[in-house]
Write a protein that binds this ligand. Structure first.
Ligand SMILES: [Zn+2]
Length: 437
């Protein structure tokens, strides 16, 4: 007698690695056990037919600042992971800074995992941090399962997470290359950054030119070439970086790069004066630049689209672009934001899943995630690609109701999210994910 499946979800628009297919996804326990034809006669405890609604693999967001412990009033594991699940994201990898302590040694990782325990509605992995003086902490953090290390070359915005100088970056890359890890870099060259001349968006934007990103990417590529370390450029905002990245990859340097929904969907021209919900570093640039980023994504120079969800309390978003906290909250909205713009530009759901699930999973080498494949975790998302919805920041699960998407109409709605075969709808059943040690 055949053993029945626990769950079957059928859709005429199941997004598989081969594209959209009419497929039934059969789940046993926590894993995808079989992919069969849409109408295949499968026996299951629960059998759900989504018809023409889409079925996606859960998204993997490798750039989330949860901020707990220490700045839990900005965002915490409970609220962040609820927001993730509601946005179709079933795996997040937490950034090492903005929490206190920052995740720059094993004791700090322990403190973060203690704080997160029992609160995670999706699966959670962790990045470590590379700061001046902690090179000896990198291997122990790697052994404890962080997916890699984040560093800055310019001030991070919080004093407890200082940037690396060039010689410190080289030393950290040599160390990381020794155990086969990855360094993820906030790439803005401090030499080319200025202080904003005043409170307007134009002055803020002029203080952080695209040349600063390009110069930093050139430095990181040079050091990656020299040390053999694998590197990844975080949140590329300036299209000035694209030819540097393309040339480095052609030459065989192990460099990948990501961008974020706000750089792909918002433009400097649209930022209302004083609307510092739009402030982030590097900044949202011109409409022409945005078009070039989409071309970079289409060519694969940019491989990942991740949120860089970096909220704060509303009081830090003062209406002065020089003084406000720099960070955009969008964890729950990344999928509809990107789908709205991607569809308009002729991309399909398969592209979106590649940018927001498969490629981020590959960047961090997260096993069992990132695609509709037999053996992978049954992280599934029922998605209505044609639904329109008006964003109301107050109705999001984000802890603070501040987001530049407030009042926008986005296309696409997440209907149900399953984490390892179970709907995310009650008690948290997320786990900590560990990288290969
Ligand atoms: Zn970030």
């Amino acid at each position: 007698m055949t053993i029945p499946y626990d769950l079957v979800v059928r859709s005429r628009r199941t997004v598989t690695p081969e594209g959209e297919r009419a497929v039934a996804v059969a789940v046993r326990g926590e894993r995808i056990a079989a992919l069969a034809g849409y109408t295949a006669p499968l026996t299951a405890t629960e059998d759900i037919d989504l018809r023409d609604l889409a079925l996606l693999p859960g998204l993997v967001d490798t750039h989330v600042h949860v901020n707990e412990p220490g700045r839990t009033h900005w965002e915490g594991f409970d609220s962040a992971t609820r927001a993730a699940a509601a946005g179709g994201v079933t795996t997040i990898v937490d950034m090492p800074l903005n929490s206190l302590p920052p995740t720059v040694n094993v004791a700090a990782l322990d403190a973060k995992q203690r704080a997160a325990l029992g609160q995670c509605h999706v699966d959670v992995g962790f990045w470590g941090g590379a700061v001046p003086g902690n090179v000896k902490d990198l291997a122990p953090l790697h052994e404890r399962g962080v997916y890699g290390f984040k560093c800055f070359l310019s001030p991070s915005g919080v004093e407890e997470f200082p940037p690396l100088g060039v010689s410190e970056l080289r030393e950290a890359l040599e160390e990381i290359a020794g155990f086969g890890g990855v360094m993820v870099v906030h790439a803005e060259d401090p030499v080319l950054l200025g202080e904003p001349g005043g409170p307007t968006y134009r002055e803020f934007l002029e203080s952080r030119p695209g040349a600063s990103e390009r110069s930093a990417v050139e430095q990181v590529v040079r050091l990656a070439r020299e040390t053999g370390a694998r590197v990844h450029i975080l949140h590329v905002s300036s299209a000035d970086c694209l030819d540097v990245l393309e040339a480095a990859r052609a030459e065989g340097v192990a460099v990948t790069a990501e961008t974020c929904p706000h750089y792909l969907t918002l433009t400097a021209e649209q930022v209302p004066e004083g609307a510092t919900a739009y402030k982030c570093c590097p900044p949202i640039r011109s409409e022409a630049n945005r078009d070039l980023l989409w071309e970079g994504l289409a060519r694969g120079v940019l491989s990942c689209v991740v949120s860089d969800h970096s909220p704060s309390t509303a009081d830090l978003k003062v209406p002065d672009f020089a003084a406000a906290w720099g960070g955009i909250a969008s964890l729950q909205l990344g999928l509809p934001a990107i789908w709205t713009e991607a569809a308009r530009r002729g991309h399909g759901l398969g592209d979106v899943v590649r940018w927001m699930s498969a490629n981020p999973a590959a960047l961090a080498k997260i096993s069992g995630k990132g695609g509709m494949k037999v053996g992978n975790d049954a992280d599934l998302v029922a998605f209505d690609p044609d639904a329109d919805h008006l964003v109301d920041a107050a109705l999001l699960h984000h802890k603070n109701p501040v987001t530049p998407y407030h009042g926008r109409t986005l296309k696409g709605a997440v209907l149900t999210t399953w984490l390892r075969g179970r709907p995310v709808d009650g008690a948290p059943h997320g786990r900590f994910l560990l990288g290969a040690q």
